[in-house]
Design a binder for this molecule. Structure first.
Ligand SMILES: Cc1ncc(COP(=O)(O)O)c(C=O)c1O
Length: 406
């Protein structure tokens, strides 16, 4: 079956965070919303059908965790990543950010230090801080690589740059910390961490006694040419010292259903986490989560492959447009997901002025790079999970503003 990703869907008046919240956040309603990480494509029909079918039954009473939920997750992890997991390793969490918060409460105390790699998904900064933990940043570096896209006007261009770990810094700071939040694949850097990097992270964290929380929400969106290796699969040290969080919420565009899960191979860590959740009944789950996860993972391969092809096409389009028409804006090419970190540092604007340029001159609502930590200064994060026509219009608006100003 061929799915249609070109169709523009009017999402207004659905209480959508991405669309309906723009006037409140930006104070205006003339912006094209390309910010928060959900997709403008229809949630796949096999998920909607499964939910509709359940709603045919008139009673929505208390519901147990469906067998199909366990089986679908085990099958998916095996099929997609070659990771053989056991059903008992699984637990429901109502979202990965809540899962991260639960891990902090369960495995750290107020005042303990939590290691993150900035620029990074901003709740990694906010959740520990808001819960009295101390955030320790090990900033990522940008490694330049030649892609072969010529860019004469702006020789500093690096379309194929990737973010890498400053190992010396990481190791030194790990020594102070109790827990490390690994963003894998990384948002907003788009990195799919390699096997040797994962093993090295695992080895350092094990040696320093730092528990690793691996957030793999973007894993299913790994792009062509890259392979996602679950952290816990990379080596025994990783398996025995980690909590993995995963979810079909990004890859199948069902973030509103808050249907995530934890995978914990180590029985002691698992028991401690499970007790923490059970004491407050945080892991009950809900009827629609079990149905939607099972449907996504049971019928989703073909849809996801087509979706990834489409996203890849959008990324290529943005990359070519920037290289040819706006050479002072470069992009870090994502290896996974639909979020592009635009390097606008060559425009020479302060973070405030950069945001004003995007909002007031290009009429685009993007995430400001600085919200992901100080190393994100001068960057903007663009979400390209929209129909091509929308992305083309966005790039057109950006180019008009760019030409007027630079
Ligand atoms: C890296 C990362 N983790 C977690 C989330 C959100 O997860 P959830 O909605 O399950 O809390 C996002 C959403 O953008 C994300 O990018």
């Amino acid at each position: 079956m061929k799915y249609d990703f070109d169709k523009v869907i009017d999402r207004r008046h659905t209480d959508s965070l991405k669309i309906d919240y723009v006037p409140e956040l930006w104070g205006r309603d003339d912006l094209m919303p390309l910010w928060v990480a959900d997709m403008d494509f229809a949630t796949p029909p096999f998920i909607l059908d499964a939910l509709k079918q359940r709603c045919e039954h008139p009673v929505l009473g208390y519901t147990c965790r469906a067998r199909a939920w366990y089986e679908a997750i085990v099958r998916w992890q095996q099929m997609r990543y070659g990771w053989t997991i056991s059903e008992e390793w699984l637990n429901f969490v109502p979202g990965i950010v809540p899962g991260i918060a639960f891990s902090l409460h369960c495995f750290t105390r107020p005042g303990d230090k939590v290691l993150i790699q900035t620029p990074v998904y901003h709740p990694y900064i906010l959740v520990p801080k808001n819960n009295g933990r101390v955030v320790v940043e090990s900033p990522l570096k940008i490694k330049k690589e030649e892609l072969g896209i010529s860019n004469e006007e702006y020789p500093e261009s690096y379309s194929a740059a990737e973010m890498t770990i400053d190992w010396e810094d990481f190791e030194r700071k790990a020594g102070e910390c109790k827990l490390f939040l690994l963003c894998h694949p990384h948002n907003p850097g788009g990195r799919v961490w390699k096997h040797e990097e994962l093993v090295r992270l695992a080895e350092i964290c094990q040696r320093k006694g730092v528990l690793v929380v691996s957030d793999e929400i973007h894993a299913d969106l790994t792009l062509h040419g890259y392979t996602h290796i679950p952290f816990a699969l990379s080596c025994e040290a990783a398996a025995q010292n980690s909590i993995t969080f995963a979810s079909p919420s990004k890859s199948f565009n069902m973030a509103g259903l808050t249907s995530s899960y934890a995978i914990i191979p180590n029985p002691d860590i698992r028991a401690q986490f499970a007790t923490f959740l059970e004491n407050s009944e945080l892991n009950l789950g809900h009827l629609f989560s079990f149905i939607s996860v099972a449907a996504a993972y049971s019928h989703g391969t073909e849809w996801l492959d087509q979706c990834l092809d489409y996203i890849q096409g959008n990324i290529d389009f943005v990359e070519q447009t920037l290289a040819c028409e706006m050479p002072r804006i470069c992009m870090i090419r994502p290896q996974a997901s639909y979020l592009i970190f635009l390097d606008c540092r060559a425009l020479g604007l302060t973070p405030e002025a950069l945001n004003r340029f995007f909002v007031e001159e290009a009429h685009l609502a993007l995430n400001e790079g600085v919200m992901f930590g100080k190393p994100g200064e001068g960057f903007m994060r663009l979400n390209v999970a929209s129909p091509r026509s929308v992305i083309k219009q966005a790039m057109h608006q950006l180019k008009e503003a760019y030409d007027r100003r630079f």
